[in-house]
Design a protein around this ligand. Structure first.
Ligand SMILES: NC(=O)c1ccc[n+]([C@@H]2O[C@H](COP(=O)([O-])OP(=O)(O)OC[C@H]3O[C@@H](n4cnc5c(N)ncnc54)[C@H](O)[C@@H]3O)[C@@H](O)[C@H]2O)c1
Length: 291
């Protein structure tokens, strides 16, 4: 068990990838504070945790990560309930403002940044205060997004906010490394959760839709993020710091995908091996693909 004797706080822990991480961390021996705005899904998550046999190792606290007093209380909950804090996963999030830039209202922008950026800042700030008092370091993982490293993966305000999370992660890692506090980020691609499912379709249907979005044949799941978070939270990643790990089934690796844009399907590109000799005056060649 990789997290035996560890205590973690997970924001957005009552939904999607946060809940998957709660369940994985509990299975790895951690005690977990589940922090979420949605008290109804919080109660359901606690029931699920109890049914899995981990009831005594989890607590729920209703939190708005955009409110500093809530975040301070959340961090204090780990100390008062379990006596210590070792890991904070700043993961809570929303889609925020969606639409053309000329139509974005100030309060829509502020809501997006309050939850996605200020929430992570508060999480880092208050975790660090306790880590410093405890005196033996700690681990912080922030959920960013592939939208934070490209312009075509999400709404404008969301993309700006997630880019801020990535660089806040780097800056915090640089500041806190001397105190053995590691700070890393995860950049998920499209992961099947309540956030990526439109209300009109079932989870199965939403999953089938997401299957085709990236080169990897199947869509991402909360368990994929939980596994990455476990690596970043455990001592296996002792020397990984200030990193933003992309977990997207090669969605961003494929970049602008020019073949598709030129109308040439990916499969067709795989059916011919060619040598292009450019403008050297030598002939180009084509041969069958060896299996
Ligand atoms: N699902 C994806 O494809 C995807 C991709 C990239 C990044 N992300 C990011 O991953 C994180 C988790 O998203 P998810 O897909 O699991 O979504 P989700 O909606 O399934 O879960 C998010 C949870 O965060 C909680 N939350 C929202 N606002 C909050 C607030 N102000 N305070 C406390 N809790 C709050 C919600 O109640 C919910 O339980 C988010 O930061 C999201 O931006 C998701």
């Amino acid at each position: 068990m990789k997290l035996r004797d560890k205590v973690a706080v997970i924001t957005g822990g009552a939904g999607g990838m946060g809940k998957a991480t709660v369940l994985r961390f509990l299975a790895e021996g951690a005690r977990v504070v589940i922090a979420d705005f949605n008290a109804e899904s919080g109660a359901a998550t606690l029931a699920e945790v109890a049914a899995a046999g981990f009831g005594g190792a989890a607590r729920f606290i209703k939190v708005d990560v955009a409110k500093e007093t809530d975040v301070a209380a959340m961090i204090d909950c780990a100390r008062s309930e379990f006596g210590q804090l070792d890991i904070v996963f700043n993961n809570a999030g929303v889609g925020g403002a969606i639409g053309p830039v000329w139509d974005l209202e100030e309060e829509e922008w502020d809501y997006t940044f309050d939850v996605l950026v200020k929430g992570v800042f508060f999480g880092i700030k208050h975790a660090t205060r306790l880590f410093r008092r405890q005196g033996h370091g700690g681990v912080i993982v922030n959920t960013a997004s592939v939208a934070g490293i490209s312009g075509g993966c999400g709404p404008l305000a969301y993309s700006a906010a997630k880019a801020a999370v990535i660089n806040m992660t780097r800056a915090a890692a640089a500041q806190l490394a001397p105190q053995r506090i590691r700070v890393n980020a995860i950049c998920p691609g499209f992961i099947l959760t309540g956030l990526t499912r439109s209300n009109q379709v079932s989870m199965e249907e939403a999953g089938r839709h997401l299957d085709g979005l990236q080169p990897w044949p199947e869509h991402g799941t909360g368990a994929d993020i939980a596994g990455t978070c476990l690596f970043l939270a455990s001592d296996d990643s002792r020397f990984v710091n200030g990193e933003a790990i992309v977990v997207d089934g090669a969605l961003t690796a494929i970049g602008p995908d020019v073949w598709e844009r030129f109308g040439i399907p990916r499969e067709a590109v795989m059916q011919r091996s060619r040598m292009n000799k450019g403008t050297t005056g030598e002939a180009n060649t084509t041969r069958p693909v060896n299996s």
